[in-house]
Design a protein around this ligand. Structure first.
Ligand SMILES: [Zn+2]
Ligand SMILES: [Zn+2]
Ligand SMILES: [Zn+2]
Length: 279
């Protein structure tokens, strides 16, 4: 299983729109891995995680190939994770050569509502013929192509049921993708135990970086507590890879290298836009 990160920032991006903080200044100066766009990742070539407004940017400059993508799994409806208007561009009126297949969109009830609101607009009436919406429920596994996907509840925006995902492929590899969330909820821990999951790859939300935070998002310390508990409860393997991802410019680290230095003490590898990790 290969996970490729295309966007690794929080909603503002890093450097952030309008911002002149030291972390943003540093990103402008250093460039490269210090430039982070809005959250998106790809499992192998076909399962896309989230659909932010930067999807277009990822296609243009990040090497994201959209044609092989058959399914898009949305974590929650925050605009840095779900920008439905760009899915409407898949309609025949916008692209004269019809897309090769119907794109399957999977998400919570809020994602479905936003999709339906978009499809109600007269010029978006063909949306359902090119993008099919599938509402998924917490703790009810769904088969998506060659993946079994287990939606679990995040500790995030209480106005909707935000999901983190356990994703198993048909070769026995399993990913825990936990963005955006605070410290994992006790019902998540119980579900992982009941299902007997053993993750090969764990990607944790490190939005707050150096700051102590365990609700809505996590900081590095909190990510470390999740990692240690996953290991202690037997939910990992000796070769499991642990990643931290989804960084805000407000995380109080100045640049990528600082994050790498801090993360290495906890046994984490650090995402950047374009980073691939294989298990
Ligand atoms: Zn986010
Ligand atoms: Zn800033
Ligand atoms: Zn969010």
């Amino acid at each position: 299983m290969k996970l490729t990160y295309f966007g690794t920032a929080a909603a503002e991006g890093w450097p952030a729109l309008y911002c002149h903080c030291d972390s943003c200044k540093s990103a402008w100066e250093l460039g490269g891995k210090n430039i982070r766009t809005r959250s998106q990742a790809l499992v192998n070539e076909d399962l896309l995680l989230d659909f932010p407004p930067d999807t277009f940017l990822h296609m243009l400059y990040g090497g994201l190939k959209l044609d092989p993508v058959t399914d898009v799994l949305i974590t929650h409806a925050h605009e840095d994770h779900f920008y439905v208007e760009d899915l409407a561009n898949r309609q025949p009126g916008y692209i004269p050569v019809r897309a090769p297949h119907v794109l399957n969109l999977h998400g919570n009830n809020r994602v479905r509502e936003i999709y339906e609101e978009c499809a109600k607009i007269p010029y978006n009436r063909d949306l359902p013929s090119v993008v099919a919406m599938h509402e998924i429920q917490e703790y009810q596994p769904v088969q998506i192509g060659r993946y079994t996907v287990y939606p679990m509840l995040a500790d995030h925006n209480t106005a909707e049921k935000c999901y983190i995902y356990a994703i198993a492929d048909d070769e026995g590899k399993m990913l825990l993708y936990a963005h955006d969330t605070g410290y994992l909820r006790e019902d998540v821990w119980a579900f992982i135990k009941e299902q007997g999951f053993r993750f090969d790859l764990v990607s944790l939300d490190c939005n707050h970086g150096k700051e102590e935070a365990s609700r809505n998002h996590m900081g590095m310390d909190c990510c470390s507590r999740v990692k240690e508990r996953l290991i202690a409860e037997g939910f990992t393997k000796p070769e499991t890879k642990f990643m931290v991802n989804h960084f805000s410019h407000n995380c109080r680290y100045l640049n990528h290298d600082e994050i790498v230095e801090a993360a290495s003490k906890y046994g984490f590898d650090v995402s950047y836009d374009g980073k691939s990790v294989e298990v």
